[in-house]
Design a protein around this ligand. Structure first.
Ligand code: ADP
Ligand code: ASP
Ligand code: MG
Length: 602
């Protein structure tokens, strides 16, 4: 007999008939000899409707009252599903987050789970009942019994956290698509179903906009090695398994807060090539990385950001032994990248930097927990280490620093994150080799901020991202311009990054308040952007992947405003109106389309 946690999303419980169909499925699973905890979302678009009501009353609704309001949606579903089960003769009981004892931080609208009290739940299970739990909600730990919610889409997180706390055999997420697809089938109907995906890949996809799983649900599945499968509510098909690493023996206390970092890494075998002043027009990155791929130069990190004026800097890192080859390619291509209107004055220039090292922290939920990257930057600042390049992703944050600072940086980071020795968490091995690109994601809810002329000295990233982390604002694609400009005798660089759009104005205000005092220039906000990303563990050591992505965009005259990569993802910022087209052309360039078309039920 297995203990299973099943979760049903909004569409799957969107009507009385659908709730009855869910009850039938649950009943069958119990009849097959299993114990069952069922987590449900609010019916259909109920939560959206409640948010709309709140916005009709207030432009900026109180967060506590928001939780009070939104948590009602799930409470309707649990009662109806329990009744439907009882009608089938199946004993069942509904429980709110508070009744179960899903204890969270007191952070309204985005609380993380601290622990789950399982006694009462276990008792009902032992009595042969199905326990139907309200997803997305909990109760605060501060003794005030405040209702909290986990953030939109958070029922997935409730389900996996319950599975971990109960040490269930596995957790099933039932939804309105057949599983995890190569991209959102609402935007690309030819998207293909995958049989499995590693949790690191899924963490990246979820954090980059693939709504099918809440990123924090994947984080918990990874940390507690909870087998997780995403399936269709309408069929009995096997769905997609998310593969997790071996158990790490984590405590269930501070379930979503403890130990975000489980590894600190140093790579001294790095060199950087930068091309300065390349024209800001479609096709430039495609041309450069196309040639690099043809010469079999394997590139590690790539960054590109718009500089003041209308030209870009593109920088990439390679391993030292192939630096010569990389330099030769860059030097050969630079003349052809001159601005056609002004070929003399604005010449692309190649810059090399040999004595660099890459220091990284690895774990899960790095973007979702903004305090983690901020702590890394603060630790480096305290150790007097200047950061040259930053790469962020949900599973890793890396900083390129001077090679002489490498050991000092690593020692400081190990101490700060309490990492005794380097004990890598093994990545789950796929029975089949990883494809270079597993999936493509689009995020239309991002904004870009740029801070002009930030003094280039240790501590600036720590100040900047420390302020944002204090307000829980997640940051991605942090890019410092390669060009340095001397103003008032101080070398300065522009820093650009992306934040969730709803945080854009707040972030701009917070940073503008301190800009004068810290000697920064203007803080500029652009909300009309889209972020399109490819994810795949197999892209490591495959020189042509980036080139193919850039080429697909160039062929359709889509200009790339920013590029940022980490080991298993490449993200590009493009204009908002070209976002969907960008997703479609990239999906098709990597031949991810299948022959079947998906129609997602309303
Ligand atoms: P639920 O209410 O069941 O939690 P969601 O709407 O939160 O469902 O998530 C399912 C939706 O996620 C799908 O209908 C689909 O439009 C979207 N989606 C985005 N990216 C993907 C992907 N890579 N694979 C599957 N679905 C995706
Ligand atoms: N009902 C909540 C939402 O719509 C939680 C969820 O469905 O996961 O965001
Ligand atoms: Mg969901």
């Amino acid at each position: 007999m297995a203990l299973i946690v099943q979760k049903f999303g909004g569409t799957s419980v969107g009507s009385v008939e659908r709730i009855q169909a869910v009850a039938q499925r649950v009943y069958k699973t119990v009849q097959a000899g299993n114990s069952l905890v069922v987590v449900v979302s609010a019916m259909g678009k109920t939560t959206d409707g409640l948010v709309k009501l709140a916005n009709e009353i207030s432009r900026n609704p109180n967060r506590r009252e928001m939780d009070m309001l939104l948590s009602t949606g799930e409470q309707v579903t649990i009662a109806l599903l329990s009744m439907a089960l009882q009608e089938l003769g199946q004993p069942a009981i509904s429980m709110t987050g508070a009744q179960v004892g899903i204890v969270t931080e007191a952070e309204h609208t985005r609380a993380r789970i601290l622990h789950i009290e399982t006694e009462r739940l276990q008792r009902h299970l032992e009595e042969g009942k199905v326990v139907v739990v309200a997803g997305f909600q909990g109760i605060s730990s501060n003794g005030e019994l405040e209702i909290t919610t986990l953030g939109r889409g958070g029922s997935d997180t409730s389900a996996v956290a319950l599975a971990a706390a109960l040490q269930a055999n596995f957790c099933e997420i039932y939804t309105d698509v057949p599983g995890i697809l190569t991209t959102d089938p609402r935007l690309v109907p030819e998207a293909q179903l995958m049989a499995e995906i590693t949790c690191n890949e899924m963490l990246e996809l979820a954090s980059l906009g693939a709504k099918v799983l809440h990123p924090r649900a994947v984080e918990i599945a990874r940390n507690y090695s909870m087998p997780l499968v995403v399936k269709s509510s309408w069929t009995d098909d096997p769905g997609t398994w998310v593969t997790t690493p071996k158990p790490q023996g984590r405590s269930l206390v501070n379930l979503e807060l403890a130990r975000p970092v489980d590894e600190v890494e140093l790579d001294t075998d790095q060199a950087k090539v930068a091309l300065l002043r390349v024209p800001d027009k479609p096709g430039v990155a495609a041309k450069l990385f196309g040639e690099i791929a043809r010469q079999q130069v394997d590139v590690d990190l790539i960054i590109q950001s718009i500089h003041e004026g209308n030209s870009n800097d593109i920088a990439f890192t390679v391993t030292t032994p192939i630096l010569k080859r990389a330099e030769a390619v860059a030097a050969a291509i630079a003349p052809s990248l001159r601005s056609p209107t002004n070929p003399k004055s604005d010449e692309a220039e190649v810059m090399l930097e040999q004595n660099i090292a890459k220091v990284s922290i690895a774990g899960a939920g790095m973007i979702g927990r903004p305090g983690v990257a901020a702590k890394m930057f603060a630790t480096l600042a305290e150790a007097g280490v200047n950061i040259q390049m930053i790469s962020t992703s949900e599973v890793k944050v890396s900083c390129v620093v001077d090679a002489l600072d490498g050991d000092r940086a690593i020692t400081a980071l190990r101490k700060a994150f309490e990492i005794a020795t380097s004990s890598p968490v093994p990545n789950p091995q796929s029975p089949v080799p990883n494809p270079p690109v597993r999936g493509v994601a689009l995020d239309l809810n991002q904004a870009r901020l740029a801070i002009r002329q930030v003094p280039d000295r240790p501590g600036m990233a720590a100040q900047l991202f420390g302020i944002l982390a204090k307000h829980n604002i997640s940051v991605d694609m942090i890019i410092q311009s390669q060009r340095c400009r001397i103003v008032d005798g101080v070398p300065r660089r522009d820093i650009a990054f992306t934040v969730p759009r709803i945080d854009g104005e707040t972030a701009q205000q917070l940073l503008t308040q301190v800009a004068g005092q810290l000697g920064w220039g203007d803080v500029v906000l652009d909300s009309a952007i889209a972020k399109v990303s490819i994810v795949g563990a197999g892209m490591v050591g495959q020189p042509g992947v980036a080139a193919k992505m850039f080429d697909a965009l160039a062929k359709h005259q889509i200009n790339i405003q920013m590029i940022a990569t980490s080991e298993i993802k490449i993200s590009c910022v493009v204009s908002q109106e070209q976002g969907v087209q960008a997703l479609q052309v990239i999906h098709s360039a990597f031949e991810l389309a299948g022959s079947e078309k998906f129609v997602v039920p309303a």
